[in-house]
Design a protein around this ligand. Sequence first.
Ligand SMILES: [Zn+2]
Length: 143
Amino acid sequence: MTGFYCKTCRRTSSSAKHRIDRCPACGGPTIDLDRSRALAARNDAFRRQLAMGWSSTCPAGEVIVTPDVAALGHTMESLILRSIGLRTTFPRDEPDTEHAVGVGRIGDKAFDWTISVESKPNSHRVDDRFTRRTLSVRLLSHP
Ligand SMILES: [Zn+2]
């Protein structure tokens, strides 16, 4: 049994036999919840390495910070990356979330981050052997 989430009307449907590409209720595009949860788990495992240290058993990838983040200095940059690694809640934790975006704040510095996943052609994005992640962090300007 696989669950599907409609991005338009937000209903959840399930099917034991086949993939549901279109919502039975409204015809909107659907998300495969099992795949979405698997991607969220891999993105979480990748991100946790920012706080726990890099491990060969976790998804591989790199971290990119914008020049304004780097200009804050090593200590502040480390604090920001650690806070990203330790995050366990998401503001929009809807069923389709892949935990690939987030926001945070340390003192008067607000930032957001995104994880992009590159996979080899014709491979599955949840298989760590064929994927490489990039986490990008930037400062948010605020009034
Ligand atoms: Zn729908």
